[in-house]
Each structure stands twice: as structure tokens, then as C-alpha cells.
Design a protein around this ligand. Structure first.
Ligand code: NAP
Ligand code: GLV
Length: 313
């Protein structure tokens, strides 16, 4: 079986080495421009169009991330980028759920217990107790109840916080009040104190973190965006922080990454920035999942994680 690998992150050697250990029978190679030789599988992160177009012989394409927006956008912009009838398979969890739960919990508890304000006080050498927010009204809304959002919502609920979750189709999750579909969006956000975004980036979800959404949250609410920068209308965030409608935001993802040095977010005091690091692709876990799905497909068995390209996730 022939496997093509591509990542723009200059990490092919180590991935190919570890993939060879997991799939000893595979003939693995890094894709280079001009390589049109046949392959059975492609394992990719942000591949160029030329790599996949017309590769009808592929049995599957594995995306080395949970989000498939970059590869799906290529297909939308230039139909035919993805060979028809070849399943596109994304990573499911592979250790990202625990990382997301840690990141979101840290951010939510930091705001609940006002550590962000103590950090500011310390810089001014001020000694003053600030009342914690009342837990009973510190309602957290989790946008997206998929593989990652569900784990985040369950973890936050385990702290006794009121947790709401929003998805496209209806869900039942212990300890979480769930809302589904556009018709229930306003009820989902209404009066929430924290919004954690774990939606995929699709035409339906682009710009969902906007002035209208912020206005429906409780006054002085908090935003945690760990999904994609395109979900956020940046000017609306700056305006909501300036007016006090939002108290603070923790942002892991941005329209442009790396965030440009002159971007106003860098020097907005109540914005906390991390460099798209909330849930990293873990190589061992990802290779174990991809290898097990390759073996299943070779045996003719079904696998999970197949993306509905027309839906965008
Ligand atoms: P997932 O399992 O596909 O879950 C997506 C969730 O969003 C599902 O609950 C889905 O609803 C819901 N959804 C999609 N479109 C919607 C819409 N229009 N209205 C309401 N709900 C909608 O994805 P995941 O594995 O949890 O990952 C979520 C996203 O996290 C990824 O797409 C990626 O962008 C981001 N991510 C970021 C990082 C990072 O390091 N910052 C790391 C990993 C992932 P249904 O359940 O009804 O389908
Ligand atoms: C990272 O952002 C991913 O989608 O896995």
C-alpha cells in the first residue's frame, strides 16, 4: 500500500518515521510538487491543490487536524481539489478533547475567581480582595457539542457551573442544558456569562461571534474562542470590550496567524492571547488512529470521522 504525506510545517521526516513503525507494510513518501505517481492513501495538513486534484485512485484522505475548513475551502474555491468519492477523514479527539477541556476550564475558572484581575492588581502592587462571581449565575454556553465541545461542557459541568450547549442537531448530555438549531440560538446565548466557541468554521458559522451575539450575553460577559478566527468579528469584540458589554476575552485563534505584530489585540489589556495552542495534534495518538483506520479500510470495514464536505465539517 502506498501512502503520501504532506505538511507545510517541515515535520515530514518525524511523521514518516513514526508512520513507518505503525504501518510497517506501507510504502511511505513525502509528496513533492510534480509527484503524480499513484497512491492509496494521503495523510495531509493544509495540502496544496495540486497534491490531491485528480487522484481518483485514493482510498481515503486523512486530515491531520479536527478542523477541515482549510481543505474544504480549497474545494469550494476550486471545485475538483478533492477527488470525488474519496472519503476525507478528520482526527477525532486523539488527545485534543482533554487539552481543550484543560484550556477552557483554566480560562473559565480564571474569570470566575477573578485571577485575571488579581494579575492586574499585582502589576500595580495592590492588595484588595475582589468578590468571586456567584457560581449559580456564572452560566457557560458552549457553542458546538461535537467531539471536543461535549468534553468541554461535561468538564465545566463537573465544577457545578450552569452549562448550556448548542449544536445543529439535538443532544442530551448529563448536566448540560442543550439547544439545537438557529431557532434556539437566542435562547442559548440569552444572559450567558461565558461563551466558549467550539464550532467548526463553515459558511453557516462564520462571524457568529458578533455584536448581536455579544449584546444577548450578560453584561460583563467573557469570550473564549478556541475554534477558528473566522468565527469572530474582531471590530465587534473591541467595541464590546470598550463598552463593558464584554469584560474580557481569551483567544487562541485569529483571522491571520501568526497574529501580526501591529494587531490591536496584542495591546488590548483584557484580551489574553495564545498561539493556536489550545489543542495540539499529538503525533503518537494521531498516528495510532490513522493507522487503525487505514487497516480497517484495507479490510473493507467502515470507519468514523468521515467529513460531509458539502456541509463543511
Ligand atoms: P465536531 O465533532 O465536528 O463538532 C462540531 C459541533 O458543531 C457539532 O456539535 C455540530 O453539530 C456543531 N455545529 C456545526 N455547525 C453548526 C451550526 N451551523 N449550528 C450549530 N451547531 C453547529 O468538531 P470537533 O472535533 O469538536 O472540533 C470543533 C472545532 O474545533 C474544529 O472544527 C476546529 O475548528 C476547532 N479546533 C481548534 C483547535 C485549536 O487548537 N484551537 C484544535 C482542534 C479543533 P451536530 O453535532 O449537530 O453536527
Ligand atoms: C486544529 O486547529 C485542528 O483543527 O485540529
Amino acid at each position: 500500500m502506498k501512502i503520501l504525506f504532506y505538511s507545510p510545517l517541515n515535520e515530514a521526516a518525524v511523521w514518516l518515521h513514526d508512520l513507518a513503525r505503525a504501518l510497517p507494510d506501507a510504502d511511505l513518501r513525502e509528496w513533492q510538487p510534480g509527484d503524480h505517481a499513484p497512491a492509496d492513501f494521503a495523510i495531509v495538513w493544509r495540502p496544496p491543490r495540486e497534491m490531491l486534484a485528480s487522484r481518483d485512485g485514493l482510498r481515503a484522505i486523512f486530515n491531520l487536524g479536527a478542523g477541515v475548513d482549510a481543505i474544504v475551502a480549497l474545494e469550494r474555491e476550486q471545485p475538483g481539489t478533492l477527488p470525488p468519492n474519496v472519503p476525507l477523514i478528520r482526527l477525532e479527539d486523539t488527545g485534543m478533547g482533554a487539552q481543550m477541556a484543560e484550556y477552557a476550564t483554566h480560562a473559565v475558572l480564571r474569570y470566575l475567581r477573578r485571577f485575571d484581575e488579581y494579575e492586574m492588581q499585582q502589576r500595580e502592587r495592590r492588595w484588595k480582595v475582589i468578590d468571586p462571581h456567584p457560581r449559580a449565575t456564572f452560566t457557560v454556553g458552549v457553542l458546538g457539542l461535537g467531539v471536543l465541545g461535549t468534553q468541554v461542557a461535561q468538564t465545566l459541568a463537573s465544577f457545578g457551573l450552569p452549562v448550556r450547549g448548542y449544536s445543529r442537531s439535538a443532544k442530551q448530555i448529563d448536566g448540560v442544558t442543550t439547544f439545537a438549531g438557529q431557532a434556539q440560538f437566542d435562547a442559548f446565548v440569552d444572559g450567558a456569562k461565558v461563551l466558549v466557541n467550539l464550532l467548526p468554521h463553515t459558511p453557516d458559522t462564520e462571524g457568529v461571534l458578533n455584536a448581536r451575539t455579544f449584546a444577548k450575553l450578560a453584561r460583563g460577559a467573557y469570550l473564549i474562542n478556541v475554534a477558528r478566527g473566522a468565527h469572530l468579528v474582531e471590530a465587534d469584540l473591541l467595541a464590546a470590550l470598550a463598552s463593558g458589554q464584554l469584560a474580557a476575552a481569551t483567544l487562541d485563534v485569529f483571522h491571520q496567524e501568526p497574529l501580526p505584530a501591529d494587531h490591536p489585540f496584542w495591546h488590548t489589556p483584557r484580551i489574553t492571547i495564545t498561539p493556536h495552542a489550545s489543542a495540539l495534534t499529538l503525533r503518537d495518538e494521531s498516528i495510532a488512529q490513522v493507522a487503525s483506520k487505514v487497516r480497517a479500510l484495507m479490510r473493507g470495514e467502515p470507519v468514523s470521522g468521515i467529513v460531509q464536505v458539502e456541509r463543511g465539517y
